[in-house]
Design a protein around this ligand. Structure first.
Ligand code: 2AM
Ligand code: CA
Ligand code: CA
Ligand code: CA
Length: 262
């Protein structure tokens, strides 16, 4: 039996320290490399931040496993036991080019069920967090349960590339959705966009391709705030694969799913 309150206190302390280190890195020069393509960036700070968490988790919680974007954790093939799913910097392109709109994202799952979720917007010092069955917070402020939002008043987070080219489904319907809603936004950080759905800054977020470390923290936080997270088909998210993710306020999730995504 895990002591989730104790783990929660520990994670918050570590996130604060990691945030300090990232802030301090603004004054140093970054080492930037490309991964799968010239626009897929990783920096020394992504790798150092992932290592920061891994070293501490291994010492304090040796039985827990770690799935991290930069691959320094474990080769996780099943959801058994406690798994920390970590994106050390979500929004690396923003980190490199804009020094804002990036976050640390951590989801802690036990046998596939989210227990603790964290998204830390370092520049704004905003920590979104959730505890299974207890709700979600932004810093010390508890988030109100999300109210339904009509499509015509919705602000939807979507990356323009999905409107221009996507092989996942009928583009016309996505373009119709972009026309029907009040506005669209694209922040370039899946984790922050999920945190914004949880806090009501966005009414929905749609993406065709998110990895587990992009959504593990955010899924928990949105659900604890009363929102709904699924694949764009409405099916459950697979926690170990890349998924097309659709998160929204209650009611709006059903409306967009039935009228635009199906
Ligand atoms: P990252 O910055 O951690 O790589 C940008 O639109 C969002 O998509 C960010 O959350 C970014 O996370 C994520 N992202 C970037 N490249 C991706 C890829 N190849 N597959 C899935 N998500 C990606
Ligand atoms: Ca990346
Ligand atoms: Ca990411
Ligand atoms: Ca990342």
């Amino acid at each position: 039996m895990e002591n989730w309150s104790g783990i929660d206190e520990t994670v918050k302390r570590w996130i604060g320290e990691a945030g300090e280190n990232i802030r301090a890195s603004f004054t140093h020069s970054l080492s930037i490399q490309s991964k799968s393509n010239p626009n897929d960036l990783v920096t020394n700070v992504d790798e150092e931040t992932e290592r920061f968490f891994i070293e501490r988790i291994r010492t304090s919680f040796p039985s827990h496993r770690i799935l991290g974007e930069e691959g320094q954790g474990d080769d996780v093939q099943s959801l058994d036991g406690v798994i920390w799913i970590i994106d050390p910097i979500d929004g690396t392109m923003n980190f490199v080019h804009q020094q804002r709109n990036f976050a640390i994202s951590i989801g802690i799952y036990e046998d596939g069920i989210g227990q603790l979720g964290y998204i830390y917007d370092i520049v704004h010092d905003e920590l979104y967090h959730a505890k299974k069955g207890q709700g979600a917070w932004m810093n010390d402020v508890k988030l109100d349960p999300l109210d339904p939002v009509p499509v015509e008043q919705a602000i939807v987070g979507i990356n323009s590339t999905w409107l221009i080219q996507n092989r996942h489904f009928d583009q016309e319907k996505l373009i119709q959705l972009a026309n029907d809603v009040r506005g669209t936004r694209s922040y370039g950080s899946a984790a922050l966009e999920l945190a914004y759905v949880a806090s009501g800054r966005l009414s929905a977020y749609i993406t065709m391709r998110n990895a587990p470390w992009d959504f593990a923290g955010g899924k928990m936080i949105v659900e604890e705030a009363g929102g709904v997270v699924s694949k764009i088909t409405g099916d459950d998210i697979d926690m170990l694969s890349v998924n097309p993710v659709f998160a929204a306020a209650p009611g709006l999730h059903e409306d967009i799913l039935n009228n635009y995504l199906k």
